[in-house]
Design a protein around this ligand. Sequence first.
Ligand code: ZN
Length: 313
Amino acid sequence: MCKRGFVVMVLLVWTLILGAESIQAATFKTKNFTVSTSDPRAAEQLANRAEFLRKKLAVFWLGKELPNWAKPCKIHIKLGDDLLPGGSTSFTFNKGEVYGWDMEVQGSRDRLYDSVLPHEITHMILASHFRVPLPRWADEGAATFTEHQSERNKYQQQLYKALKTRHGIPLDRLFVMEEYPQDPMPLYAHGFSVVEFLIRQRGPHYFVSFVEACIEKEKDWNTLVYEFYGYTTLEKLQNDWVEWVENGTPEFVGTNMIAGNGTNAPKLTVQSSNLLENSTFNESVQVVSQPRIQPSSTPVDWSTTHVNSASEN
Ligand SMILES: [Zn+2]
């Protein structure tokens, strides 16, 4: 190798080392999060944002802040304006504890700020509170409820599309879904709408108490929706929810605790009152399968997954 070739080689190796260092440098730590991304400034901003959301959303859902986690959550972020907002978080439930937080998210900086991080951090707050897996509809519904209105509109459009084509998921099926269906979008869209319907009536803390009762008590949904929301059966809740969606998700006068879309949402122009898939409703739907009720004595790996691939049209 000639001398000039050697110099070029040395420069190349040096550039590679510097490059590797700059990738490693794009990590920022706070008490509860270690954020890695390609841009050091974004890593710091998003780590601080995650910490802020952890406080704010814990107060929103639980009425109090969470203690710091024993080990911070690793967040790997892919930044890009052209990336669909979404991600997943995995963690482990074991003997009434939850740990091993690991999050992978992607999207533009704005959507990471106002939709993806709130969504994933809500999953973590609820997991920290309950320490057992939640029913999927409630978990995804609550997480989606915290997203930016532009994202929520996409889910609402998905729901309208499903109902208009008589592909609405009846609540006796939605409430017992334990895993993500092959296409998870309908689960998000229905879960979000039902959660919004309940939260607009009695607020987020009450909703968390309802979910708590679902997890801890061996009651069926008919009993729980009556005890907490006054619906005599799950089917009655379903009918009122569908009617609310049909009417453009209006406010609950006198009982709404959080301002919502109200009359801004479009009304469904469908004549038939039967917008759901099957006509026979399972009258005795159990809340959760038996193994969920008690904290597991062996580790349960749990993962949330989320990519909003819906368009607004
Ligand atoms: Zn989710």
